[in-house]
Design a protein around this ligand. Structure first.
Ligand code: NAD
Length: 489
């Protein structure tokens, strides 16, 4: 169990041993309305702040996080059941994003000149404005990085922020807010509210939020997309995935196998871009399977000396077990060891039916399926067979084949001879397509996603009137006809 909600309180538990950690009051409707009104008021000033000012605040915030890194790691692990190295990695990646995104702020959001085409007397440019108030709704699987990344992008782009962390992991976000309040003199441009679906949906539908950045499941993402569409409110939706890994016959087999283990099992598979399905060229299928079997058997999930941690949300345990059980009679399943508690044995499922849930639906656990393929076209077809389109990885030494396959995979990002690492690179836009959502976080695109692009045009010289205005001279039609030939033929 990670949270119990009763009497307007969220009781947060350590998912490993069930120890009560803390109780946090759910933000009441009145308090949420007040927070939204305050965010709007703050936005009326902060939206027009200089880049220098924004960068300065975020530098102070980053330095304060460095000082309290150990506390953050501890609280992340307590409320998620992660291993301490995983908490540490979250802090490192968060700081990397914080530092780097401030660096490309000017490049991303400064005024940009554009070409005026045939109209040489016009000067044209675009400017990026803050949207107003950003509503940020985050999940539990990486309670720090998935909160910090959209928070910082929204703030750098000049928006005030209302953040709602997951009800399963509110303590990390609360510590983050304490660090913010203690290190900046801009307490109100970032406010935090607590609760689950009800509080989240009120943020989305409120007329006081101007953009929504949601990271979470595809099913909730669909509801948010519907609400935002009806309100014409921009949204960035970072949703679920079912990432494929394709291993071609010329790949470095040992690296591919180790990458599959890391990509599929780290954070107990509770990573949106974790490797859930592997496709291996038939020539090397037996060798890859045999090596993977050995590695899976040597992995264990549990509290003590295991390298793989807990399943954070209790209800996920049944879902993952049910996906595995449904294919038991059709497929060979190789398992590592598992301790008693909220853990799932690391599992490799060989050749499950391709219409099974474990092949089609997000599993979000330490479970990997594996299938052979004969041709590159078949690998592409299998990889694209779920409707998700978050990320994918391809292992090969052949640049031509890599490029051919990569371009045909439905995914927002591709790792070539690597997995997961792309998420940590701050300047690389991140986001999915299809059931994995739309819009980008990270990189210059992430900052622009929280900005309204405004187009400007000004006259270099102002004549009394223009050739094409009313009372135009008779020759205009003639000139325009000539223009067609001179300029465009
Ligand atoms: P979830 O959709 O259950 O919840 C996410 C957040 O939305 C929580 O804060 C929750 O309280 C809130 N919420 C729930 N219903 C809502 C509603 N109707 N309106 C507004 N907010 C609402 O997801 P989760 O279980 O917390 O997270 C796991 C999912 O997130 C997985 O599917 C995973 O793949 C996905 N995820 C995606 C990315 C990405 O970048 N694409 C990253 C991490 C996780």
């Amino acid at each position: 169990m990670s949270v119990k909600i009763k009497n307007n309180m969220m009781e947060v538990y350590n998912p490993i041993n069930g120890d009560a950690l803390e109780s946090i009051p759910i933000t009441s409707s009145d308090d949420l309305d007040n927070a939204l009104l305050l965010a709007k008021k703050e936005a009326s000033i902060y939206n027009y702040s200089s880049f220098y000012y924004r960068k300065n605040i975020l530098t102070k915030f980053r330095k304060a996080i460095v000082k309290r890194a150990d506390e953050l790691i501890e609280i992340i692990c307590l409320e998620t059941g992660k291993k301490s190295i995983e908490g540490l990695m979250e802090v490192v990646i968060s700081l990397e994003h914080l530092k780097e995104s401030s660096k490309y702020l000017y490049e991303a959001l400064s005024k940009q000149s554009r070409r005026s085409g045939t109209l040489k007397t016009r000067k044209v440019w675009v400017e990026y404005e803050a949207m107003g108030v950003a509503g940020v709704i985050s999940p539990w699987n990486y309670p720090l990085i998935l909160t910090i990344s959209p928070l910082v992008e929204a703030l750098l782009a000049g928006n005030s922020v209302i953040l709602k962390p997951s009800e399963h992991t509110p303590l990390t976000a609360r510590l983050l807010k304490t660090i913010w309040d203690g290190s900046t003199k801009a307490q109100n441009i970032f406010q935090i509210v607590y609760g689950s679906e009800q509080v989240g949906s009120r943020i989305v539908s409120s007329p006081l939020t101007d953009v929504i950045c949601f990271t979470g499941s595809t099913s909730v993402g669909r509801k948010i997309a519907e609400t935002c569409a009806s309100l014409f409110k921009p949204s960035i939706l970072e949703l679920g995935g079912k990432d494929p890994m394709i291993i071609l016959d010329d790949a470095n087999i040992d690296r591919s196998v180790d990458a599959a283990i890391w990509g599929g099992l780290s954070n107990a598979g509770q990573t949106c871009i974790s490797v859930e399905r592997i496709f291996v060229h038939q020539k090397i299928f037996e060798e890859v399977v045999s090596k993977l079997k050995g590695k899976i058997k040597s992995q264990s999930c549990g509290f003590s000396r295991s390298s793989i941690g807990a399943i954070t949300v209790e209800s996920s345990l049944d879902k993952i077990k049910s996906q595995i059980d449904k294919v038991r009679k059709f497929s060979e399943i190789v398992e590592g060891s598992v301790e008693k508690g909220p853990y799932i044995a690391p599992s490799l499922i060989i050749n499950p039916p391709i219409d099974s849930e474990v092949f089609k639906e997000e599993t979000f656990g330490p479970v990997i399926t594996i299938h052979p393929f004969k041709t590159d076209e078949e690998a592409i077809h299998l990889a694209n067979d779920t409707g998700y389109g978050l990320s994918a990885s391809i292992f090969s030494k052949n640049t031509k084949r890599l490029k051919y396959i990569a371009r045909r995979i439905n995914a927002g990002s591709i790792g070539i001879n690597d997995v997961l690492t792309q998420y940590g690179i701050a300047d690389l836009p991140f986001g999915g397509k299809g059931l994995s959502g739309f819009g980008k976080v990270h990189g210059k695109e992430g900052l622009r996603a929280f900005s309204h692009q405004k187009s400007y045009m000004a006259n270099r010289v102002s004549f009394k009137s223009e050739l094409w205005w009313y009372e135009k001279s008779k020759g205009v039609e003639k000139i325009l006809r000539k223009l067609i030939k001179w300029q465009y033929s």
